[in-house]
Design a binder for this molecule. Structure first.
Ligand SMILES: NC(=O)c1ccc[n+]([C@@H]2O[C@H](COP(=O)([O-])OP(=O)(O)OC[C@H]3O[C@@H](n4cnc5c(N)ncnc54)[C@H](O)[C@@H]3O)[C@@H](O)[C@H]2O)c1
Length: 343
């Protein structure tokens, strides 16, 4: 098949490109390459890798493709707080622009990388896809609104699908250290202290970034009727943790490092358990290939094998917000990125 992946130079993207190439697909990647300094080890190149803004795509670019996997985004809450307008522009308008081009070009399938953060906060009961959406950030709001508008675009020839991914962790050729597990290992590695930024109580479903990529491949191959215009939570009940349990997993790997809470650490309002029964029913043979312990072990190994610098947390290579701030200051981004930025 011919597959166009936006965001192929992000954290999840390189795993996805590798898996698609392994299955024999022709993969076109479209990405601004905002995080080019985050590479820690080489990765497979897309069949056709284009460093470009997704707003420059036209229907002509998408003709002849079997599916679009849309991952490009301003992809976390922190960047959304810095610049909510930019998050709305890229994540909502950008998504609809790419989907509109895909639909006009006759691409039958559009897989959106959405997020479990659309649920915001739950009581103790895991939330299914039909549950209440309560986005707590601009980032999460853009995912809700994108799903809604894409849903209205669905028809006999255009199948949008929404993969509501759990919070990612784990090693990638293009590493990020602004995700909970990765950050805690980075903290232990660079300072000797496993520093928790909240009170450690919030619940969060986690998933290895490579398992998110594997899920996209499943949805590429799934029968249309099983997924047409539907949302799926992507993760596993058994991989749902409190932040302090994640910290304890790091302590297990790095027993000489002490746990500590950041000054003024408070409860994180983003606190949810998610129900993954729909995914299990639709794809009974899809099992996560990592659990937290295995993913933490591998990432810990990679810190040493790829000799991550001691300033991995204080520098801007692996922290998206810091990279974005630098690029805004240096005008290394498209002009529309300079929309109002919160101080
Ligand atoms: N990492 C997670 O925990 C997680 C969880 C759930 C969902 N998601 C979603 O999965 C997707 C991929 O996540 P990721 O962690 O790989 O993100 P990432 O930030 O590492 O990568 C996003 C990529 O999008 C590119 N991009 C941004 N704006 C662009 C534009 N205007 N034109 C072209 N490219 C642009 C960036 O250069 C970057 O390479 C995102 O949509 C994210 O919201 C991520």
């Amino acid at each position: 098949m011919r597959v166009l992946v936006t965001g192929h130079l992000g954290y999840i993207g390189p795993h996805l490109v590798e898996l698609l190439l392994k299955d024999g697909h022709f993969v076109t990647g479209v990405d601004l390459n905002l995080f080019e300094d985050s590479v820690i080890y080489p990765h497979a190149a897309a069949s056709d890798s284009r460093v470009m803004d997704l707003f420059d795509l036209t229907p002509n670019d998408l003709r002849g493709y079997d599916a679009v996997m849309h991952l490009a985004a301003i992809s976390n809450d922190a960047m959304g707080i810095l610049n909510p307008q930019l998050t709305w522009k890229v994540n909502y308008e950008g998504t609809i622009h790419v989907a509109d081009c895909a639909k006009r070009a006759g691409v039958p399938r559009f897989l959106l990388s959405s997020s479990c953060s659309v649920y915001g906060k739950s009581d103790d009961k895991p939330i299914p896809e039909s549950g209440k959406l309560a986005p707590l950030s601009a980032y999460a709001e853009t995912k809700v609104k994108s799903e809604e508008t894409l849903g209205q675009m669905a028809d006999a020839n255009f199948t949008p699908v929404f993969l509501r991914n759990a919070t990612a962790y784990g090693s990638s050729p293009r590493l990020r250290l602004d995700l909970v597990l990765n950050n805690l290992i980075g903290s232990a590695y660079s300072t000797g202290v496993i520093k928790i930024m909240t009170d450690g109580t919030p619940w969060r479903p986690l998933i290895h970034c490579r398992d998110i990529a594997r899920a996209f491949v499943y949805f590429l191959n799934a029968p249309r009727d099983a997924i047409h215009n539907q949302a799926f939570n992507v993760g596993s009940v058994s991989e749902t943790y409190q932040v302090r349990q994640v910290a304890e997993a790091v302590k297990h790997l790095m027993p000489d490092c002490n746990l500590s809470f950041a000054d003024g650490a408070t409860a994180d309002p983003r606190d949810y358990k998610v129900d993954f029964a729909k995914l299990n029913k639709a794809f009974p043979d899809f099992k996560l290939s990592y659990d937290l312990a295995a993913g933490a072990r591998e990432l810990h190994d990679h810190f040493y094998r790829y000799k991550l610098p001691n300033d991995c947390l204080t520098g801007d290579r692996f922290i998206r917000l810091k990279t974005l701030k630098r690029k805004l200051t240096e005008h290394q981004v498209p002009a529309y990125f300079q929309l109002a930025t919160n101080p």
